[in-house]
Structures are given as structure tokens and as C-alpha cells.
Design a protein around this ligand. Sequence first.
Ligand SMILES: [Zn+2]
Length: 264
Amino acid sequence: MPELPEVETTRRILEPHVVGRRVLGLEHDDPKKYRHTDLAVGREVLSTRRRGKYLIFPLRGGLELIIHLGMSGSLRLQPGGHTRVRLELEGTTVFFNDPRRFGRLLVVPAGEYSAMPTLARMGPEPFSRSFTARLLHEHLQQSCSALKTVLLSQRPVAGLGNIYADEALWLAKLAPYRPACKVDAAAARRLHRAIRRVLRRALSLGGSTLSDGVYTRPSGEPGYFQIEHKVYGRAKQPCLRCGRQVATMVVGGRTSHYCPVCQR
Ligand SMILES: [Zn+2]
């Protein structure tokens, strides 16, 4: 699933192609899934933003085009085999490719996110000053669900999905199944540092392109962080810290990779 590094990479590459251009058309065949898209036509894209895993293109006239890539979506500058939406702009076309069709695209009045509760209740951005180890600790104290489940909720911090939660938990030496409320202040500091470190490095490498190849940059180029994955996708291979086999376990419905020895 595209997570913060993939969505931010996409935003950075698309920005010069979309900002300052008028939307000429938004073509798709699923008005239930891609809602109120007619409202965007004729309006200029003023800027691009990202919140967690959501892309937000503010439009002239107080509207926003919101795009969530879902499980398998990507925005590309060339048509792909699973193009669901064509965003026609002056001088360029952006193609929303989404084999598994979990992605969303809709136009809303600026800041009106009631149709997207996850976006409406999104926690702090991981690189913002408001995301502190202390705030992370306070959030974790409020739930005794599995630590990884709490991280995936987007409430303690925005932008983590299955890959980067597993990587950050490995780096912080914390088990994905540990109750969040049992994470002490020192461990929360390790986790805070690990989240930033993993996301920063992944962003610098353009995100992760897995063997399914569903995520690529808009140019078609892959990301390269998968080469540096420490646990994700390494089941039964030796832990790069202690040498024991990396294990998997389903936590909150998601397959999680972790080291049963050095993550507690
Ligand atoms: Zn280990």
C-alpha cells in the first residue's frame, strides 16, 4: 500500500505538472467511487498538499480535490493497464492507475472531510514540530490495543502503513503485538526516533516498490527503499541484528514481520 514516502514522492513529482493549470476534464466511469468530480472542471489547481497518505489539491473557488491511493493506486504521467481516472489539465494528463480499485478520488469544499473520518481525525505529521516523543507516548497510553494497530490508525502519527510500521517497530526493538499502553516513555522516544528515521530514508529513496510493482513514481521509475527493508518481506530470513529468523504474525488483520528475539 502506498504510505507517506510513496504519496509524498508522488506529490513532489506531480507538483510542477499540475499547479497553476486548469482542470479541463475528469473522466471515469464510477460516480459512486469518484464523487463530485464535475465540480473540479474549469478550476485552477492552486497548490499540492499531503496529509498522511492523502493527496490534496486545493482548487480555485474554495474546493479541494482529494486523492487516496488505496491499496494499489498510483498517479502516473502515462496511461497504465488499470487507468480508472483521467485528470485532464492544460498541457498535461494525470492517470490514476488502480488495479485493485480501493483508491478514492473526490472533490469537497475545502476542509470538509466528514466523508473521510481518517483524514478528519489524522494525527500529527511525522516531520512536524507538533509530533514529539511525549505526545506519541501520551497517545499510546490511551489504548491497550496492539501497538502496530494503534500506529496504523493514523491517530498517534500520520502516514504509517504496513511496511513502515514494521520497519519502525524493528528499529525501535518493539513487538507489533505489545499493548500500546505498555510502552514506557523511553520506548516511546525510541519509536519516535525510529519512525522519523525510517520515513526520512524511504522518502530519500522514492519509497518502496514491491515485487508486485503496483507502486511506481509518476514517471514510471520505481522507488528503491525495498532494498533496505530490515524486516518487511523477510520472513524466515535471519534478523539483521541478532541472526534469529524473522517471524510473521497477523496483527489487526495485517501480516506483520518482526524478530521474536530482539523486539519485545
Ligand atoms: Zn533480532
